[in-house]
Design a protein around this ligand. Structure first.
Ligand code: TPP
Ligand code: MG
Length: 572
């Protein structure tokens, strides 16, 4: 612990604190409001890599993705009002996705606070409903204490975002102060009685089912979780965009609940007599608009494991609520012994049901034909064949993501970066963050034509920092997801959803990236091989524009069919 008291600026004290708390990389767009912190980062450049992005949403999304990848707080620095406003999307995603993250914002000097000085914003008011904690530090002496608290709050219980505002003078003033020590994440451990009860409830059930999700997972926790489900031979469904907690090649993985879930999986979940919900909040997307379980008392026996006691009993009443962090729960679950000398792995009363559920999942992963010359289902099949198991797939929001979530088999923690918040523009910054963290792993970004242009300028960041990601832009010349809703609710009244797009490959090449257009299925494999080779050799991004037929709105229906069904139902 560096407690030698020398005169240091607030910026230096802050950067020292970041080093102490194990920060290896920060994402930022600079601003004159935190020059002293930037200068201190320059002094620490070898200890803390500073990634400068082209938009604060990019920086915030990269920090959020870092938090998802590492379970350590992703760190983002932005300037006052305008920077903070751009970065807000990362805070929202970190909140909904339960991702540890800290956003440091420059603030106007203390002597002019409360006058609505230039770019002044009241951050507790702005972020109060979104972040776990918002603080403005009023003296450099308090930086070690409050930054330590920020790390504790971001990582403890249900992880989430913290916002720290730093008035200009607090960063530039000098003082003598001691440093904190590295933070320690605080988590609840499940009680022995709870775990015994869980084992007993599994023993009493005929059709148990695990629904896994939420934040706070680590690689070790996922390994323990896999041991638990193997020992009891439990079928595991994943929550919306939480598909990488259990390797999708695992025989006990049976698919994901989410937007437009498989009807067979929904039926299985409804028909289960014991639900073990681990980690997730059981939000709107995972519960199919709160229709999956009876409210507030599910018909099935219900176990709910969550890191935040406030989530237990918030929507659903569980027979057995367990407040625990995911690593703590998974370790205790892995230690549970099922009945019998060799456990239940060989055969349980529900083993045939697990096999049937797995077969149904695999059958559901065979894409049917789709209109147009380029078949996205076939593209996904090719990727499943050629991508290594540890490839990371990132995406934002849009109907194109349905193909990714439905047909890809995520290879385990952490191979999925997808916002449960449904934020467009997330994929590219998340992919860049992943590539910076795992330069040896393949990182693929999926984006729609709409989604891509919400963060496409970060191709410049990828080029600058040699992040060789492969970007697949699925182009249907529209905000397709909204067009689909429009056809359902207002059939035939197409408005504000059509897009005229730039030449995506030319745009990519202008950044120094690889760019090619793919218009038919047969051309994809070779184009993808060229894109991959470029990204590896040049350590720069490669973009493929995948031109699909706008009719192909989901893997299972067309725009025309949606419209016809809505008209028949009397909408519009
Ligand atoms: C930041 C943000 N703005 C708006 C939306 C609403 N929205 C959800 S999907 C979508 C359209 C996505 O279009 P595109 O990326 O082209 O994908 P497509 O649905 O066409 O496959 C929109 C506008 C959102 N989810 N996030
Ligand atoms: Mg589109």
């Amino acid at each position: 612990m560096a407690n030698t008291k020398t005169l240091r600026s607030g910026g230096e004290i802050l950067v020292e604190a970041l080093k102490i708390h194990g920060v290896e990389r920060v994402f930022c767009v600079p601003g004159e409001s935190f020059l002293a912190a930037i200068d201190a980062l320059a002094g620490a450049d070898r200890a803390i890599e500073t990634i400068v992005t082209r938009h604060e949403a990019g920086a915030a999304n990269m920090a959020e993705a870092y938090g998802k990848l590492t379970a350590k707080p992703g760190i983002c620095f932005v300037t006052r009002g305008p920077g903070a406003s751009h970065a807000a999307i990362g805070i929202h995603t970190a909140a909904q996705d339960s991702t540890p993250m800290i956003l440091f914002i420059g603030q106007v000097g203390s002597h002019m606070r409360q006058r609505e000085a230039w770019q002044e914003v009241d951050y507790p008011a702005m972020f109060g409903g979104m972040a776990k904690w918002v603080v403005e530090i009023d003296r450099p002496e308090r930086i070690p204490e409050l930054v330590s608290r920020a790390f504790h709050v971001a990582t403890s219980g249900r992880p989430g975002p913290v916002v720290v505002a730093l008035p200009e003078d607090v960063l530039s003033d000098e003082c003598e102060t001691g440093d904190a020590q590295a933070y320690r994440r605080v988590a609840a451990h499940p009680g022995a009685q709870d775990m015994a009860r869980l084992a007993a409830m599994i023993g009493e059930s005929a059709r148990p089912l695990v629904l896994v999700g939420g934040g706070g997972w680590t690689k070790a926790a996922c390994r323990d979780f896999a041991h638990f489900v193997e020992a009891f031979d439990l079928p595991v469904a994943a929550g919306f965009r939480r598909q990488d907690i259990l390797d999708n090649n695992h025989p006990n993985y049976i698919g994901h609940a989410g937007l437009g879930p498989s009807p067979k999986l929904v039926a299985r979940i409804r028909n289960a007599d014991l639900i073990i919900a681990v980690g997730g909040r059981l939000g709107e997307t995972t519960t199919n608009g709160y229709t999956l379980f009876d409210l507030p008392r599910p018909a099935q026996r219900f176990v709910h494991v969550h890191a935040d006691p406030n989530e237990l009993g918030r929507v659903y009443q569980a027979d057995l609520p367990i407040n625990a962090g995911m690593p703590e729960f998974a370790a205790a679950a892995a230690a549970l012994k099922p009945k019998g000398p060799t456990g239940w792995r060989a055969r349980t009363p529900w083993s045939d049901e697990v096999k049937a559920a797995r077969s149904a999942y695999e059958a559901d992963q065979v894409p049917g034909p789709m209109p147009g010359r380029l078949d996205l289902g076939a593209v996904m099949m090719h990727l499943r064949e050629v991508l290594p198991k540890d490839a990371i797939l990132a995406n934002g929001a849009g109907n194109y993501a349905i193909w990714v979530h439905k047909f890809h088999r995520y290879g385990g923690f952490r191979t999925q970066l997808a916002p449960t918040s449904g934020a467009m523009g997330y994929g590219l910054p998340a992919a860049i963050s992943a590539k910076l963290h795992h330069p040896d792993r393949e990182v693929i970004c999926f984006a729609g034509d709409g989604c891509f242009l919400m963060s496409g300028q970060e191709l410049a960041t990828a080029c600058q920092y040699k992040a060789g990601v492969v970007v697949l832009v699925v182009n249907n010349n529209m905000y397709g997801s909204i067009r689909a809703h429009q056809e359902r609710e207002y059939p035939g009244r197409v408005f504000a959803t059509t897009l005229e797009n730039p030449d995506f490959p030319a745009l990519a090449r202008a950044y120094g990236a690889f760019g090619e257009k793919v218009e038919e299925t047969a051309a994809f494999a070779d184009a993808f091989a060229r894109a991959r080779a470029f990204s590896v050799e040049q350590k720069k991004p490669a973009l493929l524009e995948l031109v699909i037929d706008p009719e192909a709105i989901t893997p299972s229906t067309t725009l025309t069919a949606l419209r016809a069904a809505a008209l028949k139902a009397g909408h519009g």
